[in-house]
Design a protein around this ligand. Sequence first.
Ligand code: NAD
Ligand code: ZN
Length: 372
Amino acid sequence: EFAAKDFQAAVVRQKGGPFVIETASITPPRHDEVLVRVVATGMCHTDMVARDQIYPVPQPIVLGHEGAGIVEAVGENVTKVEKGDHVVLSFHSCGACRPCQEGHPAYCENFNDYNFAGARPDDGSHALCGHDGTPLNDRFFGQSSFGAYAIANMRNVVKVRKDAPLELLGPLGCGIQTGAGTVLNALKVEPGSSFAAFGAGAVGLSAVMAAAATGATTIFAIDVVPSRLDLARELGATHIVDSSKDDPVAAIRKITGKGVDFAMDSTGIPAVIRNAVLALRPMGSAAIVGASKPGALLDLDANDLMQNVKSIRGVVEGDSVPDVFIPKLIDLYLAGRFPFDKLVRFYSLDQINEAAADSEKGGTLKPVIRIG
Ligand code: NAD
Ligand code: ZN
């Protein structure tokens, strides 16, 4: 029995891709699941990292983890949403481990099983089936939304306002919530404070927008791509530094005197993370968000940390509770204070490989694949 048959989905069958558009079918939602007709899905680095087997997900697999769509059917235990609701799909979590119970689902102890196993964590089953009748690996971030239908769990569907442009909202489920949440939930950047974003990609620029929205008055964006720095200025950065030309720590000290209150690294480059910590004022805090190469080590001055009472921490998914945070970001967007649409470029499903290439070449900050 299928809930939807013969729709298009992008399947990755080998390391490195490509995404291949194939015909797929999907089972009805289980008791705690939600069938979603996908309208559009954002693309982020983690899709590429899974495609290329840097994160070893089983193949063939349907990726896609920034889905937005309309609820088509719900399982019998689902009361959170109903048919016709507009939803954004975010990361999945178990809800039972200590970090989940403490209100940090992004730090779920079972995050890998719930988001990267390619199957349901309880019995290893799949919702998607290929044109030849064999199951496809799925459940990527509890959704696998590079297809016209996706099954999510009730824990990772977020109901959103119907007056918001649904096709734009998918990226709030991962990359944008990561940058904005690091600023608002984890670092808790304050009005009148100073903040530096090392890296001005989709995550860094989302952090810049959030810092501006929350009233930080001195906001640095540091990158090596001039067009990204120009956009950073448009989105609220008060100062930009091209670190291929200028020393960002010296530039930040020149403006602030003692350094910034808060910094975030989204480059994953150890030498850049080191600069983010050096650029802090005494008692400042830095967040590491970028994914570094496996085994990467940091070279930090221990006495600078101790004597200047600096903090440094990792942050995943902006430490967000998606049901709470994503609607806030949508309200900010609709109030004109979080213009994340400026990062987005739309592609059709059959342009999905072009979208990936444009993003990897740096021409597109946030591709969104229109599906429905
Ligand atoms: P991106 O590639 O668009 O952004 C990285 C930016 O860093 C680019 O603009 C690049 O030009 C810049 N950069 C490169 N070298 C630099 C240097 N030496 N100095 C300054 N800037 C430099 O990627 P993104 O989508 O913004 O994602 C950023 C990172 O965050 C990725 O590693 C991604 O995997 C990771 N990520 C982490 C989480 C999390 O939960 N922690 C979630 C989503 C993404
Ligand atoms: Zn958990």
